[in-house]
Design a protein around this ligand. Structure first.
Ligand code: ATP
Ligand code: MG
Length: 399
């Protein structure tokens, strides 16, 4: 007998009532899409679990993939046996024999959702525990801090024996909360913001502002690589690359130097909002974190935000830089973000940008220029790339 199933537990999905199935279907589809190369697998959904039937596929690669699927709280390798006490005894024995058990302690944690099963949980724990003690050498019981915890879940249709829980990412399945547009720079913050937004169930399309020749091809590639890395969690991502040079140089010419940064942000937000509208998304996600830099004081945010009523989601607004860096490392965007190529803002940042800009001043300065038509032109000329997980794999295989 070998592991023949993977049992997947939900986190927050379990708090959902009548629409729970929508979330489960999303998660199950997301799992299916990431595991397409394992042809023999079968995914079974129930109200509180998803089971993957391995049908002979090796579990190692699958376990690594499941660790990166949003919406999975935890999962375990499992043996499925008939709900019959003799079969369950065989099962727990097999389970323990597949683990390094010499000199270790163990515990059986039985649960019985089928209340008609002839043994209750105490009897099950006792019966199965003594079966192991009788048949396995060098192992002891420890009910408080066991090395090995074997969970036995007796259900009507079958009994699942699991050992070794793996922790998942948690969150809500990508796509269950609708679509938003992520402002993706080459920095550390915005990819993390995108990841956290996806963890709340959002599908993301990314928007990046590029100002050639002031920003290099490599800066552009860096953002493509970041978006590509985010497909690890979303499957696909559309990346909108906005030609921003004309607007930036116009701002440099028309706006007083200490207001150029604020005005640039306002134009970025207007463009992003127009792309959002065209793509039928309902919110904008940014990597802003309160107080981090001049454009992120409360006064600046207020003046920048004034160009739109669209909800702006700022997952990092209260998060410390160190915590952001830790997430960036966990999701493998950190090493891409720290490549030294400058993005469009760093290059045009004035020596002393206003940290307390005034709304009436900036709107007055902007009123001398027809930014509206420049914005429309930039949106029309935006290049759209579609990135997906399979391309990521191809690239990785090349290196
Ligand atoms: P990041 O690390 O994400 O670049 P940051 O700390 O450098 O953030 P800013 O440069 O002030 O902060 O940018 C704030 C937010 O504005 C970014 O998190 C991102 O969402 C958006 N943004 C900045 N530059 C760009 C760009 N070139 N393209 C798209 N979005 C951008
Ligand atoms: Mg930045």
């Amino acid at each position: 007998m070998e592991y023949d199933h993977i049992l997947i537990r939900f986190g927050e999905i379990t708090t959902k009532g009548r629409n729970r199935n929508l979330f489960i279907n999303k998660l199950s589809n997301n799992i299916g899409r990431k595991l397409t190369e394992y042809k023999q697998l079968k995914i079974e959904k129930t109200r509180d679990r998803i089971y993957i039937k391995l049908n002979g596929e090796r579990h190692e690669g699958i376990v690594d993939i499941l660790k990166n699927i949003i919406g999975i709280q935890s999962f375990s390798l499992a043996l499925k046996v008939d709900s019959d006490i003799e079969k369950i005894k065989d099962g727990v024995l097999t389970a323990i024999q597949q683990l390094e058990h010499d000199g270790k302690s163990f515990k059986i944690s039985a649960r019985r959702s089928d209340k008609t099963f002839p043994l209750d949980t105490n009897q099950l724990n006792y019966e199965l525990g003594s079966h192991i003690l009788k048949n396995v050498q060098g192992i002891d019981v420890n009910v408080h801090t066991p090395d090995i915890n074997i969970r036995v879940e007796v259900r009507k249709e079958a009994t699942y024996i699991t050992f070794k829980d793996e922790v998942g990412l948690g969150g809500l399945p990508v796509g269950s909360s609708g679509k938003a547009v992520l402002m993706l720079s080459g920095g550390l913050d915005s990819p993390v913001a995108g990841f956290l937004a996806m963890k709340r169930g959002l599908t993301i399309e990314a928007v990046h502002f590029h100002s050639p020749p002031y920003t290099s091809e490599r800066a552009r590639q860096k953002v493509i690589d970041l978006a590509q890395q985010l497909t690890e969690f979303s499957g696909t991502i559309k990346l909108h690359i906005v030609p921003f040079t004309e607007i930036q140089t116009t701002i440099q010419r028309q706006i007083p130097e200490n207001y150029t940064l604020i005005s640039t942000r306002r134009m970025m937000l207007r463009i992003t909002d127009e792309i959002r509208r065209r793509r039928n998304a309902l919110a904008i996600v940014t990597g802003e974190s309160l107080g981090q830099v001049a454009s992120q004081t409360l006064e600046s945010m207020h003046v920048i935000n004034n160009v739109t009523n669209t909800p702006i989601i700022r997952p990092l607004v209260t998060v410390d830089k160190f915590d952001i860096i830790n997430v960036a490392k966990k999701i493998n965007t950190h090493d891409i973000s720290i490549r030294p190529f400058e993005d469009c803002c760093t290059i045009f940042t004035p020596a002393s940008p206003k940290t307390r800009p005034k709304l009436d001043k900036v709107t007055y300065y902007e009123s001398y220029t027809d930014f509206e038509s420049l914005i429309e032109k930039a949106v029309d000329e935006t290049e759209i790339l579609t990135l997906d997980l399979s391309k990521k794999k191809e690239i990785e295989e090349l290196f």
